[in-house]
Write a protein that binds this ligand. Structure first.
Ligand SMILES: Cc1cc2nc3c(=O)[nH]c(=O)nc-3n(C[C@H](O)[C@H](O)[C@H](O)COP(=O)(O)OP(=O)(O)OC[C@H]3O[C@@H](n4cnc5c(N)ncnc54)[C@H](O)[C@@H]3O)c2cc1C
Length: 414
């Protein structure tokens, strides 16, 4: 049901968004941008743009290649909204790049995903991009999209962009404000309480607290969402002298510069073109151990395992271009919020909250690219009870319901 103007005096805000990563920042922007002056509050526990969650750093891949058919419509919606936000803010956060998928022949789903995204099989991989990918195992297949099939998003700059747009649209943004309680009000609406004892009355609430979701949602509602924080490492490696231009986004290489890439098989290794740190390239391992989001130690002993796997992959696939001697030269911790099926959670919390609280979480290491679409969906669900934009874009929200976890034990991996 739409937030009625007659309700306005009863609440401090029409929508209170908890958590200012990419999802909360996009949701706050989408809610505040609605006509009729919606009053929006965005609350963040730490400093804005902090590095303790999942949305910091200089690069996230955006790609159309998805094996699950419910994601490409959301990526397409997000691409449109990324472009709108760039135009509105006069910032550039997306650098287009081709997307390269490398997979063993039995990985039919990834190859179909690449195919669905318009990628073409390449037979001359060994000579592209200065011969960066020297060889792939016999029988493996490589497919590359055109320059619009992939891209690199500057993560921290994107979050800052949406927060600035939200403020410009009238949202109030408060950092260093931890939400410790969300309680249903008689007759509808919620009271959101903070660690310093403040209380805000909201007609609706959007919860986007990333790796802290299970803890907060359980504390306020008793609902146990199987969302497991994983400790991940962002690794940057030194490019061997003379090959810097081969690995650069939009550089001199074929097809619009060096691609974002995903390599499947025993390990899923992925990377982005050299962009944010000249002379270095980001190549990561797509897995990590369970972690406590509040643990002080941000570097785990298991990090050596991830780094070793990436080093072995580099030695097999890119030995002439990337230097593994001495290991990665930059290591940045980050967290995934994994669900057992790697699908997102985008749903009403239900129970005593009914449709007054919407949860957006469990983005399972692949949500950033869809941030503006998720934010729009969460805002529409909160304010209208239904995500009209998602329906028009062909996004099927049934895949993201909380009810799919009923009877499903906590999953610890991917
Ligand atoms: C290493 C790495 C690489 C990735 N690569 C890609 C990629 O290439 N492409 C892609 O699409 N995605 C990628 N992802 C995933 C993507 O970054 C995440 O899905 C996305 O950032 C999740 O955003 P979020 O807003 O849900 O969580 P977060 O960014 O963690 O935001 C949650 C916020 O809530 C705040 N918060 C928590 N509790 C409270 C509270 N009680 N009160 C107030 N505030 C609170 C936190 O401080 C935090 O700021 C990657 C993630 C990682 C870690």
């Amino acid at each position: 049901m739409a937030v009625a103007a007659a309700d306005a005096g009863q609440f401090d805000f029409d929508v209170i968004v908890v958590g200012a990563g990419i999802m909360g920042s996009c949701a706050a922007h989408a809610a505040a941008s609605r006509g009729a002056g919606a009053r929006v509050l965005l609350l963040e526990r730490f400093d804005l743009l902090h590095h303790l969650g999942s949305s910091h750093g200089a690069s996230r891949t955006i790609r159309d290649a998805y094996a699950k058919p419910h994601y490409p419509p959301m990526v397409r919606l997000a691409r449109r909204l990324w472009a709108d936000a760039e135009a509105q803010s006069a910032h550039r956060v997306l650098t287009p790049a081709p997307q390269l998928t490398i997979a063993p022949p039995d990985d039919v789903s990834m190859l179909a995903a690449a195919d669905n995204s318009g990628a073409r099989t390449v037979h001359d991989l060994a000579t592209r991009w200065g011969g960066a990918f020297r060889c792939i195992p016999d029988g493996w297949i490589a497919a590359v999209s055109d320059i619009n099939g992939g891209g690199v998003l500057n993560a921290t700059k994107s979050v800052a962009m949406f927060q600035a747009l939200a403020v410009k649209a009238g949202a109030v943004v408060r950092d260093n404000t931890e939400v410790v309680g969300i309680a249903a009000m008689n007759g509808g609406g919620v009271v959101v309480t903070t660690g310093s004892g403040e209380a805000f009355r909201g007609a609706k609430c959007v919860v986007t607290v990333g790796a802290w979701t299970r803890r907060l949602v359980n504390a306020v509602s008793g609902v146990d969402l199987p969302i497991q924080p994983l400790h991940m490492l962002v690794l940057y490696w030194k490019i061997k002298p003379g090959h810097e231009r081969d690995l650069t986004a939009g550089g001199d290489g074929d097809d619009g510069g060096f691609p974002t890439f995903s390599s499947y098989g025993d390990s899923h290794v992925y990377g982005t073109p050299s962009l944010e740190l000249p002379g270095l390239i980001k190549i990561n391992y797509d897995d990590g151990p369970p972690c406590d989001p509040d643990a002080g130690d941000r570097i785990a002993s298991s990090d050596d395992v991830a780094e070793g796997r990436v080093a072995r992959w580099i030695e097999e696939f890119m030995p002439d271009h990337v230097d593994t001697a001495g290991g990665a030269v930059v290591r940045q911790p980050c967290m995934y919020s994994m669900t057992p099926d790697k699908d997102f959670v985008i749903d009403f919390l239900g129970g005593e909250f009914g449709d007054d609280v919407v949860v957006g979480a469990g983005f399972s290491g692949h949500g950033f690219k869809m941030g503006p679409a998720v934010g729009r969906i969460l805002a529409e669900m909160a304010m209208d009870g239904v995500a009209r934009t998602a329906a028009e874009a062909g996004v099927e929200l049934r895949h993201f319901r909380i009810s799919r976890f009923e009877g499903n034990p906590m999953g610890n991996g991917k």
